[in-house]
Design a protein. Structure first.
Length: 314
């Protein structure tokens, strides 16, 4: 049994924008693993989730990242997490007390129906309610608009997110892969109309994908916006572990249905010579170098936390 207070001495925490919430510098994400890979589905997925969640929680991680789109079918990753969390809370109520956890989800891709995606008030309300049911939670701490919605006015999105926050379903809301212009538009709509502004953004950020985070977003990390960030794909879907240098391993992310685009991306990057890090003699060194680089960069830029790989071998 772990002690959350004791383990927190070994983890760094940073404020998430203006939310007042402290988030571990590394978090644990469920994208492209749970509910996707056979060995991470069903009862076996719950068992593995409990094992790995316990490892990261005992190391001081307090943030667990989700989305309604994660898993096959959509939401399966949230369902696995919800079962695992309930069982862990029964086994160790102190370590897994809800007041010390930061749990996120994202709304955009909920299903195949014409009204089951996007950021309409209808889908925001229905999508979040379904996510909470799968997660077995009353609320999430951080709610993301998973992508910008070109068919829904920004003012409508801001009003929808305000309802989600003020109804108690979420503590605060933010964005993922929105442009800086879209974020500032939403911010000033909220400020001018007495609504809840976006307070954080989750972009892709790694050693192969840097420009948006370091250039476009830099002004909104400062007043009056003070946007906080999490990031996704810190190891570029496993590229920066070195595992794809010689071949595509069985059961890796690139072999999963729906992730064929990774193979094309890998081939293009090899052709351009942008995977120079693979020249290092041991892939484990690449893994730690990439994470330490991001932790150092973030320390110099702003307060934000990184999403760790969903499983140790990624």
């Amino acid at each position: 049994m772990g002690d959350a207070d004791e383990q927190s001495e070994h983890m760094y925490y940073r404020m998430m924008g203006n939310t007042g919430i402290q988030v571990s510098v590394l978090s644990y994400g469920f994208w492209a693993t749970y509910g996707i890979k056979d060995r991470l589905s069903g009862e076996e997925g719950v068992k593995t989730a409990k094992e790995l969640m316990s490892i990261v929680r005992n190391a001081g991680v307090n943030c667990f990242d989700h989305a309604e789109a994660y898993g096959n079918p959509n939401g399966e990753a949230e369902r696995i997490f919800g079962i695992a969390l309930k069982e862990l809370q029964e086994e160790d109520p102190n370590l897994w007390r809800r007041s010390d956890l930061v749990i996120t989800t994202k709304i955009f891709w909920g299903g195949s129906g014409v009204n089951e995606s996007g950021l309409s008030l209808k889908h925001c309300r229905e999508g979040l309610d379904k996510s909470l049911s799968r997660l077995q939670l009353d609320y999430v701490d951080l709610l993301f608009c998973h992508r910008p919605d070109p068919h829904t006015p920004t003012s409508t999105v801001v009003r929808s997110m305000t309802q989600m926050v003020r109804s108690g379903r979420a503590t605060a809301w933010g964005t993922s892969e929105w442009s800086a212009q879209q974020i500032t538009e939403a911010f000033w709509i909220a400020k001018s109309e007495g609504l809840e502004p976006p307070q954080f953004e989750q972009p892709q950020y790694n050693m192969l994908h840097r420009n948006r985070f370091e250039s476009e977003y830099f002004p909104i990390f400062n007043p009056p916006y003070n946007i906080g960030t999490t990031i996704w794909s810190p190891l570029r879907s496993g590229f920066l572990t070195g595992k794809y240098l010689k071949s595509i391993p069985d059961d890796s992310r690139a072999t999963q249905e729906g992730y064929e685009w990774l193979i094309d991306d890998l081939a293009e990057r090899k052709e351009r010579g942008t995977l120079f890090l693979f020249l290092l003699p041991q892939s484990s060194r690449i893994f730690y170098l990439c994470l330490c680089w991001r932790a150092r960069v973030q320390h110099k830029l702003l307060n934000f936390h990184l999403r760790s790989p969903a499983v140790v071998e990624h």
